[in-house]
Design a protein around this ligand. Sequence first.
Ligand code: FAD
Length: 311
Amino acid sequence: MNLVPAKAPVTGRVVSNDCCLKGKSASFVRHLVVDVSGTPLVGNFLVGQSFGVIPPGVDEKGKPHKVRLFSIACPSSGEDGQPHILSTTPKRVIDEFHAQRPVDDPQNHSLFLGVCSNYLCDRRPGDELQITGPAGKRFLLPANPADHDYLFLATGTGIAPYRGMLMELLEGSGEPCPSQMHLVMGSPYRTDLLYDDLFCRLQAEHDNFHYHTAISREPRPGSSRGIYTHQLIDEQIDGFGPLLQSPRTLIYICGLLGMQIDLYRVLARHGLGDGFLRIGEELRETNSCDWTAEQIKRHIRATPRCMVEVY
Ligand SMILES: Cc1cc2nc3c(=O)[nH]c(=O)nc-3n(C[C@H](O)[C@H](O)[C@H](O)COP(=O)(O)OP(=O)(O)OC[C@H]3O[C@@H](n4cnc5c(N)ncnc54)[C@H](O)[C@@H]3O)c2cc1C
Protein backbone atom coordinates (compact mmCIF):
# COMPACT_ATOMS: atom_id res chain seq x y z
CA MET A 1 0.00 0.00 0.00
CA ASN A 2 1.00 3.63 -0.61
CA LEU A 3 4.19 2.79 -2.47
CA VAL A 4 3.78 6.23 -4.01
CA PRO A 5 2.76 8.76 -1.34
CA ALA A 6 0.91 12.01 -2.05
CA LYS A 7 3.99 14.08 -1.13
CA ALA A 8 5.99 12.44 -3.94
CA PRO A 9 3.56 11.49 -6.75
CA VAL A 10 4.73 9.79 -9.94
CA THR A 11 3.81 10.60 -13.52
CA GLY A 12 1.43 8.41 -15.48
CA ARG A 13 0.45 8.88 -19.10
CA VAL A 14 -3.09 8.54 -20.46
CA VAL A 15 -3.38 5.72 -23.01
CA SER A 16 -7.07 6.07 -23.82
CA ASN A 17 -10.21 7.72 -22.50
CA ASP A 18 -13.55 6.38 -23.76
CA CYS A 19 -17.18 6.63 -22.73
CA CYS A 20 -18.29 3.42 -21.00
CA LEU A 21 -22.01 4.15 -20.64
CA LYS A 22 -24.52 1.94 -22.38
CA GLY A 23 -26.33 4.86 -24.03
CA LYS A 24 -27.07 8.57 -24.03
CA SER A 25 -27.26 9.61 -20.40
CA ALA A 26 -27.45 12.65 -18.12
CA SER A 27 -24.16 11.42 -16.59
CA PHE A 28 -20.75 11.25 -18.16
CA VAL A 29 -18.60 8.28 -17.18
CA ARG A 30 -15.42 7.20 -18.91
CA HIS A 31 -13.02 4.30 -18.98
CA LEU A 32 -9.60 5.85 -18.49
CA VAL A 33 -6.48 3.81 -19.16
CA VAL A 34 -3.15 4.99 -17.74
CA ASP A 35 0.42 3.85 -18.38
CA VAL A 36 2.50 3.88 -15.18
CA SER A 37 5.74 2.54 -16.75
CA GLY A 38 8.90 3.28 -14.79
CA THR A 39 7.04 3.82 -11.51
CA PRO A 40 6.84 1.60 -8.39
CA LEU A 41 3.22 0.93 -9.31
CA VAL A 42 4.15 -1.44 -12.14
CA GLY A 43 2.88 -4.90 -11.15
CA ASN A 44 2.23 -3.63 -7.63
CA PHE A 45 -1.50 -3.08 -7.42
CA LEU A 46 -4.43 -5.37 -6.74
CA VAL A 47 -7.91 -5.22 -8.15
CA GLY A 48 -10.12 -3.78 -5.41
CA GLN A 49 -7.54 -1.16 -4.51
CA SER A 50 -7.64 2.40 -5.78
CA PHE A 51 -5.01 4.86 -6.92
CA GLY A 52 -4.77 8.57 -6.27
CA VAL A 53 -4.76 11.46 -8.71
CA ILE A 54 -3.56 14.95 -7.83
CA PRO A 55 -5.16 17.50 -10.15
CA PRO A 56 -3.06 20.54 -11.05
CA GLY A 57 -3.76 23.93 -9.53
CA VAL A 58 -4.86 25.15 -6.15
CA ASP A 59 -8.07 25.05 -4.13
CA GLU A 60 -10.11 28.01 -2.88
CA LYS A 61 -7.63 28.48 -0.01
CA GLY A 62 -4.73 28.68 -2.42
CA LYS A 63 -3.35 25.29 -1.37
CA PRO A 64 -2.41 22.60 -3.91
CA HIS A 65 -5.37 20.33 -4.65
CA LYS A 66 -5.58 17.22 -2.51
CA VAL A 67 -5.37 13.70 -3.86
CA ARG A 68 -8.63 12.01 -5.00
CA LEU A 69 -8.99 8.23 -5.08
CA PHE A 70 -10.23 6.22 -8.07
CA SER A 71 -10.97 2.49 -8.04
CA ILE A 72 -8.77 0.27 -10.16
CA ALA A 73 -11.00 -1.18 -12.88
CA CYS A 74 -8.62 -3.75 -14.34
CA PRO A 75 -7.39 -7.11 -13.03
CA SER A 76 -4.31 -7.22 -10.78
CA SER A 77 -2.34 -8.32 -13.85
CA GLY A 78 -3.08 -4.94 -15.44
CA GLU A 79 -5.22 -3.79 -18.35
CA ASP A 80 -5.07 -6.45 -21.09
CA GLY A 81 -2.55 -8.35 -18.96
CA GLN A 82 -0.01 -5.50 -19.05
CA PRO A 83 1.29 -4.88 -15.51
CA HIS A 84 2.35 -1.30 -16.33
CA ILE A 85 -1.14 -0.26 -17.43
CA LEU A 86 -4.06 0.37 -15.10
CA SER A 87 -7.55 1.73 -15.62
CA THR A 88 -10.36 3.41 -13.76
CA THR A 89 -13.90 4.71 -14.23
CA PRO A 90 -14.18 8.45 -13.53
CA LYS A 91 -17.61 10.06 -13.49
CA ARG A 92 -17.89 13.79 -13.99
CA VAL A 93 -19.27 15.54 -10.90
CA ILE A 94 -21.56 18.13 -12.49
CA ASP A 95 -24.33 19.97 -10.68
CA GLU A 96 -25.74 23.32 -9.73
CA PHE A 97 -24.00 24.73 -6.68
CA HIS A 98 -25.77 23.87 -3.41
CA ALA A 99 -24.71 25.58 -0.19
CA GLN A 100 -22.79 22.97 1.86
CA ARG A 101 -21.42 25.11 4.68
CA PRO A 102 -22.84 28.04 6.70
CA VAL A 103 -20.44 30.39 4.84
CA ASP A 104 -21.82 29.35 1.40
CA ASP A 105 -24.21 31.74 -0.36
CA PRO A 106 -27.64 30.04 -0.44
CA GLN A 107 -28.53 32.07 -3.56
CA ASN A 108 -25.59 30.66 -5.50
CA HIS A 109 -26.86 28.18 -8.05
CA SER A 110 -24.03 28.51 -10.55
CA LEU A 111 -22.53 25.51 -12.32
CA PHE A 112 -20.60 23.26 -9.94
CA LEU A 113 -17.86 21.13 -11.47
CA GLY A 114 -15.90 18.64 -9.38
CA VAL A 115 -12.21 19.40 -9.80
CA CYS A 116 -10.55 16.04 -10.30
CA SER A 117 -13.33 14.03 -11.95
CA ASN A 118 -13.69 16.62 -14.71
CA TYR A 119 -9.93 16.97 -15.03
CA LEU A 120 -9.64 13.21 -15.57
CA CYS A 121 -12.58 13.00 -17.98
CA ASP A 122 -11.06 15.84 -20.06
CA ARG A 123 -7.70 14.12 -20.51
CA ARG A 124 -6.49 12.97 -23.93
CA PRO A 125 -4.14 10.13 -24.88
CA GLY A 126 -0.57 11.24 -24.14
CA ASP A 127 -1.54 13.63 -21.32
CA GLU A 128 0.39 13.27 -18.07
CA LEU A 129 -1.19 12.67 -14.64
CA GLN A 130 0.22 12.93 -11.12
CA ILE A 131 -0.49 9.60 -9.49
CA THR A 132 -0.21 8.04 -6.00
CA GLY A 133 -1.08 4.74 -4.37
CA PRO A 134 -2.10 2.03 -4.37
CA ALA A 135 -4.62 2.45 -1.54
CA GLY A 136 -6.91 0.03 0.27
CA LYS A 137 -6.39 -3.35 1.93
CA ARG A 138 -9.88 -4.63 2.71
CA PHE A 139 -11.88 -4.57 -0.56
CA LEU A 140 -9.85 -7.37 -2.13
CA LEU A 141 -10.50 -10.80 -3.59
CA PRO A 142 -9.63 -13.69 -1.27
CA ALA A 143 -6.32 -15.54 -1.58
CA ASN A 144 -8.09 -18.69 -2.86
CA PRO A 145 -10.97 -17.41 -5.01
CA ALA A 146 -12.40 -20.88 -5.75
CA ASP A 147 -13.07 -21.41 -2.02
CA HIS A 148 -15.86 -18.83 -2.18
CA ASP A 149 -19.00 -17.75 -4.01
CA TYR A 150 -19.72 -14.09 -4.60
CA LEU A 151 -22.45 -11.47 -4.45
CA PHE A 152 -21.17 -8.21 -5.94
CA LEU A 153 -23.41 -5.15 -5.51
CA ALA A 154 -22.75 -1.86 -7.29
CA THR A 155 -24.28 1.51 -7.89
CA GLY A 156 -22.77 3.84 -10.49
CA THR A 157 -18.98 3.88 -10.60
CA GLY A 158 -19.04 1.30 -7.80
CA ILE A 159 -18.95 -1.13 -10.73
CA ALA A 160 -15.28 -0.25 -11.41
CA PRO A 161 -13.63 -2.86 -9.14
CA TYR A 162 -16.02 -5.59 -10.36
CA ARG A 163 -14.94 -5.09 -13.95
CA GLY A 164 -11.42 -6.01 -12.87
CA MET A 165 -12.47 -8.72 -10.39
CA LEU A 166 -14.75 -10.53 -12.83
CA MET A 167 -12.17 -10.35 -15.61
CA GLU A 168 -9.62 -11.76 -13.16
CA LEU A 169 -11.91 -14.55 -11.91
CA LEU A 170 -13.33 -15.56 -15.28
CA GLU A 171 -10.68 -14.61 -17.80
CA GLY A 172 -7.43 -14.55 -15.81
CA SER A 173 -4.57 -16.91 -16.46
CA GLY A 174 -5.47 -20.60 -16.06
CA GLU A 175 -8.93 -22.11 -15.80
CA PRO A 176 -11.87 -19.79 -15.09
CA CYS A 177 -12.85 -19.78 -11.42
CA PRO A 178 -15.83 -22.19 -11.09
CA SER A 179 -17.48 -20.33 -8.17
CA GLN A 180 -20.97 -18.88 -8.37
CA MET A 181 -20.81 -15.12 -9.02
CA HIS A 182 -23.76 -12.74 -9.00
CA LEU A 183 -23.37 -9.09 -9.97
CA VAL A 184 -26.23 -6.71 -9.14
CA MET A 185 -25.76 -3.34 -10.83
CA GLY A 186 -28.00 -0.42 -9.90
CA SER A 187 -28.47 2.63 -12.09
CA PRO A 188 -31.23 5.20 -12.62
CA TYR A 189 -31.82 4.40 -16.29
CA ARG A 190 -30.79 1.53 -18.53
CA THR A 191 -28.63 3.94 -20.55
CA ASP A 192 -26.57 4.62 -17.37
CA LEU A 193 -25.34 1.02 -17.17
CA LEU A 194 -21.54 0.79 -17.29
CA TYR A 195 -19.50 -1.87 -19.11
CA ASP A 196 -22.82 -3.52 -19.94
CA ASP A 197 -21.49 -5.24 -23.09
CA LEU A 198 -18.69 -6.86 -21.10
CA PHE A 199 -21.01 -8.22 -18.40
CA CYS A 200 -23.53 -9.49 -20.97
CA ARG A 201 -20.72 -11.28 -22.79
CA LEU A 202 -19.31 -12.80 -19.58
CA GLN A 203 -22.79 -14.03 -18.66
CA ALA A 204 -23.25 -15.62 -22.08
CA GLU A 205 -19.86 -17.35 -21.87
CA HIS A 206 -19.87 -18.50 -18.21
CA ASP A 207 -22.77 -20.46 -16.68
CA ASN A 208 -21.57 -19.58 -13.17
CA PHE A 209 -21.77 -15.79 -13.72
CA HIS A 210 -25.14 -14.06 -13.34
CA TYR A 211 -25.65 -10.38 -14.24
CA HIS A 212 -28.67 -8.62 -12.69
CA THR A 213 -29.60 -5.00 -13.33
CA ALA A 214 -31.72 -2.90 -10.97
CA ILE A 215 -33.04 0.15 -12.83
CA SER A 216 -34.56 2.59 -10.37
CA ARG A 217 -36.23 5.28 -12.50
CA GLU A 218 -37.76 3.25 -15.31
CA PRO A 219 -41.09 1.63 -14.51
CA ARG A 220 -40.93 -2.13 -14.84
CA PRO A 221 -43.52 -4.05 -16.82
CA GLY A 222 -46.71 -4.22 -14.76
CA SER A 223 -45.50 -1.62 -12.28
CA SER A 224 -45.31 2.17 -12.06
CA ARG A 225 -41.90 1.98 -10.34
CA GLY A 226 -38.35 0.92 -10.89
CA ILE A 227 -36.25 -1.08 -8.44
CA TYR A 228 -33.14 -0.53 -6.32
CA THR A 229 -30.40 -3.10 -5.73
CA HIS A 230 -31.58 -4.07 -2.23
CA GLN A 231 -35.19 -4.35 -3.44
CA LEU A 232 -34.09 -6.71 -6.20
CA ILE A 233 -32.40 -8.98 -3.62
CA ASP A 234 -35.50 -8.75 -1.43
CA GLU A 235 -37.88 -9.53 -4.28
CA GLN A 236 -35.77 -12.46 -5.53
CA ILE A 237 -34.86 -13.80 -2.08
CA ASP A 238 -35.86 -17.34 -3.07
CA GLY A 239 -33.14 -17.23 -5.73
CA PHE A 240 -30.52 -15.39 -3.65
CA GLY A 241 -31.36 -17.21 -0.37
CA PRO A 242 -29.20 -20.33 -0.92
CA LEU A 243 -26.24 -18.14 -1.95
CA LEU A 244 -26.64 -15.98 1.15
CA GLN A 245 -27.06 -18.99 3.46
CA SER A 246 -23.85 -20.60 2.24
CA PRO A 247 -20.78 -20.14 4.47
CA ARG A 248 -18.70 -19.92 1.25
CA THR A 249 -20.31 -16.67 0.16
CA LEU A 250 -18.63 -13.27 0.28
CA ILE A 251 -20.57 -10.03 -0.25
CA TYR A 252 -18.97 -6.96 -1.84
CA ILE A 253 -20.79 -3.61 -1.77
CA CYS A 254 -19.41 -0.67 -3.74
CA GLY A 255 -20.87 2.66 -4.76
CA LEU A 256 -23.07 5.33 -3.26
CA LEU A 257 -22.51 6.25 0.38
CA GLY A 258 -25.32 4.61 2.37
CA MET A 259 -26.18 1.86 -0.11
CA GLN A 260 -25.11 -0.77 2.41
CA ILE A 261 -27.77 0.36 4.91
CA ASP A 262 -30.77 -0.92 2.93
CA LEU A 263 -29.03 -4.20 2.13
CA TYR A 264 -28.26 -4.77 5.83
CA ARG A 265 -31.96 -4.32 6.58
CA VAL A 266 -32.93 -6.85 3.90
CA LEU A 267 -30.35 -9.40 5.13
CA ALA A 268 -31.48 -9.03 8.74
CA ARG A 269 -35.19 -9.21 7.85
CA HIS A 270 -34.67 -12.53 6.09
CA GLY A 271 -32.48 -13.89 8.89
CA LEU A 272 -29.47 -13.91 6.55
CA GLY A 273 -27.27 -11.41 8.38
CA ASP A 274 -25.26 -14.05 10.28
CA GLY A 275 -21.77 -14.31 8.91
CA PHE A 276 -21.96 -10.95 7.13
CA LEU A 277 -23.01 -8.58 9.91
CA ARG A 278 -22.03 -8.07 13.50
CA ILE A 279 -25.11 -6.64 15.15
CA GLY A 280 -24.52 -4.64 18.33
CA GLU A 281 -26.42 -5.53 21.52
CA GLU A 282 -28.43 -2.32 21.23
CA LEU A 283 -30.23 -3.67 18.14
CA ARG A 284 -30.29 -7.41 18.75
CA GLU A 285 -33.71 -7.50 20.42
CA THR A 286 -35.32 -4.99 18.06
CA ASN A 287 -37.14 -5.57 14.77
CA SER A 288 -34.85 -4.84 11.81
CA CYS A 289 -37.75 -3.02 10.07
CA ASP A 290 -37.52 -0.37 12.81
CA TRP A 291 -33.76 0.21 12.52
CA THR A 292 -32.91 3.77 11.53
CA ALA A 293 -30.00 4.56 9.21
CA GLU A 294 -28.24 6.19 12.16
CA GLN A 295 -28.62 3.08 14.33
CA ILE A 296 -27.30 0.87 11.54
CA LYS A 297 -24.27 3.11 11.06
CA ARG A 298 -23.54 3.05 14.79
CA HIS A 299 -24.32 -0.50 15.80
CA ILE A 300 -23.76 -2.76 12.78
CA ARG A 301 -20.36 -3.73 11.49
CA ALA A 302 -19.52 -5.83 8.45
CA THR A 303 -17.68 -9.08 9.19
CA PRO A 304 -14.65 -10.20 7.13
CA ARG A 305 -17.14 -11.87 4.73
CA CYS A 306 -18.73 -8.53 3.82
CA MET A 307 -16.58 -5.95 2.02
CA VAL A 308 -17.90 -2.39 1.84
CA GLU A 309 -16.49 0.51 -0.18
CA VAL A 310 -18.84 3.46 -0.37
CA TYR A 311 -18.03 7.10 -1.18
C1 FAD B 1 -11.97 4.45 -2.33
C2 FAD B 1 -12.60 5.41 -3.33
C3 FAD B 1 -12.74 5.03 -4.64
C4 FAD B 1 -13.32 5.90 -5.58
N1 FAD B 1 -13.47 5.49 -6.86
C5 FAD B 1 -14.04 6.32 -7.76
C6 FAD B 1 -14.22 5.89 -9.13
O1 FAD B 1 -13.85 4.78 -9.51
N2 FAD B 1 -14.81 6.77 -9.98
C7 FAD B 1 -15.23 8.02 -9.57
O2 FAD B 1 -15.77 8.78 -10.41
N3 FAD B 1 -15.06 8.43 -8.29
C8 FAD B 1 -14.48 7.62 -7.39
N4 FAD B 1 -14.30 8.06 -6.10
C9 FAD B 1 -14.69 9.43 -5.75
C10 FAD B 1 -13.53 10.38 -6.11
O3 FAD B 1 -12.44 10.15 -5.22
C11 FAD B 1 -13.91 11.86 -5.99
O4 FAD B 1 -14.43 12.09 -4.72
C12 FAD B 1 -14.94 12.28 -7.02
O5 FAD B 1 -14.45 12.02 -8.33
C13 FAD B 1 -15.21 13.78 -6.91
O6 FAD B 1 -13.99 14.47 -6.96
P1 FAD B 1 -13.87 15.90 -7.67
O7 FAD B 1 -12.51 16.40 -7.43
O8 FAD B 1 -14.39 15.85 -9.04
O9 FAD B 1 -14.93 16.75 -6.84
P2 FAD B 1 -14.58 17.90 -5.79
O10 FAD B 1 -14.06 19.10 -6.46
O11 FAD B 1 -13.76 17.32 -4.69
O12 FAD B 1 -16.03 18.20 -5.31
C14 FAD B 1 -16.69 17.29 -4.47
C15 FAD B 1 -16.93 18.04 -3.18
O13 FAD B 1 -17.82 19.10 -3.47
C16 FAD B 1 -18.99 19.00 -2.74
N5 FAD B 1 -20.11 19.13 -3.67
C17 FAD B 1 -20.62 18.15 -4.44
N6 FAD B 1 -21.64 18.62 -5.15
C18 FAD B 1 -21.77 19.92 -4.83
C19 FAD B 1 -22.69 20.92 -5.24
N7 FAD B 1 -23.66 20.67 -6.11
N8 FAD B 1 -22.54 22.17 -4.74
C20 FAD B 1 -21.55 22.42 -3.86
N9 FAD B 1 -20.66 21.51 -3.44
C21 FAD B 1 -20.79 20.26 -3.91
C22 FAD B 1 -19.03 17.63 -2.12
O14 FAD B 1 -19.58 17.73 -0.82
C23 FAD B 1 -17.59 17.20 -2.12
O15 FAD B 1 -16.99 17.55 -0.90
C24 FAD B 1 -13.75 7.19 -5.16
C25 FAD B 1 -13.60 7.57 -3.83
C26 FAD B 1 -13.05 6.69 -2.92
C27 FAD B 1 -12.90 7.14 -1.48
